[in-house]
Design a protein around this ligand. Structure first.
Ligand SMILES: C[S@@+](CC[C@H](N)C(=O)[O-])C[C@H]1O[C@@H](n2cnc3c(N)ncnc32)[C@H](O)[C@@H]1O
Length: 250
């Protein structure tokens, strides 16, 4: 994803740092529930982009908690600011300061203290999906979602960066609770076929699959992501699958 560098990017991140989930230092593990105001189940989206999907899902599912993972800081910043606005926590103010919901301007670089209750049910992870997944305890997530992750198709030497490599799928299986599912959407036929094959080899059972999501029975409930909207406008059909790890068979 190409992103124009944001003015006052690091100060704007600092202002909303109460919404950021910190990955423990290398080798450390942290139960993600400890970051939320309640101990409800936690679902993780990897590669959340500007966060339209997670904002909508977290509103639809207020009793669940969500981790939104994005490795590009300026992209995560957009997602965080849109989320903060949607939760009535204020808006971006003058020179990168944050204007809180009471109209008080927190000057550039100053943290806006947000109580755990007001933070809502999403926390943003700015970093690589591999690092957050490695830091999670076994069985600590009730779902993992990857929407329109980078396909790395024409650059085969980069295929190991895909979010559905055997390494990732093995780690997802470790951190998913029993019966929890991995959900995946893409425009890319090659990435879809690759992912289906890797899931089979990794011991997942495919519980839902379509090569034309918008004509399927899931169309009505589907949350359209930023990339999905772009592909729809170009007439590209969207592929989707859900898969559940078959842990006992391994
Ligand atoms: C093609 S965009 C899709 C964004 C959004 N999910 C959507 O559907 O509109 C993929 C996003 O995943 C992020 N991403 C790719 N690999 C990642 C990784 N290993 N860890 C965290 N984020 C990653 C990219 O930075 C990019 O913002």
């Amino acid at each position: 994803m190409r992103v124009r560098k944001k003015r006052h990017g690091s100060e704007r991140l600092a202002a909303l740092s109460d919404l950021i989930y910190t990955i423990p230092a290398e080798g450390g593990r942290k139960d993600p529930k400890t970051e939320f105001a309640n101990d409800s189940e936690v679902i993780m989206e990897v590669g959340c982009g500007k966060g339209d999907f997670i904002r909508e899902l977290s509103m639809r599912e207020p009793s669940k908690n969500f981790l939104a993972v994005e490795r590009i800081g300026d992209v995560a910043l957009v997602a965080m600011e849109k989320y903060a606005v949607s939760r009535n926590l204020g808006r971006l103010g003058y020179n990168g300061g944050w204007m809180d919901e009471n109209g008080i301007l927190h000057p550039t670089g100053e943290k806006y203290e947000i109580s755990p209750e007001k933070r809502g049910n999403v926390r943003f992870v700015i970093g690589d999906a591999a690092d957050i997944v490695a830091s999670l305890p076994d069985g600590s997530l009730s779902g993992i979602i990857a929407n329109f992750s980078d396909p790395w198709t024409r650059k085969n030497k980069y295929a190991k960066r895909r979010l559905t490599t055997p390494q990732f799928l093995g780690e997802y299986m470790r951190v998913l609770a029993d019966g929890a599912s991995f959900s995946f959407k893409t425009d890319d036929e090659e990435l879809f076929d690759y992912t289906l094959e890797m899931l089979g080899e990794a011991g997942y059972q495919i519980t839902f699959k379509t090569r034309d999501l918008h004509s399927s029975e899931r169309a009505g409930n589907n949350i359209i992501t930023e990339y999905e909207r772009n592909f729809m406008e170009k007439g590209v059909s969207i592929k989707m699958l859900e898969a559940v790890p078959q842990k006992e068979k391994r």
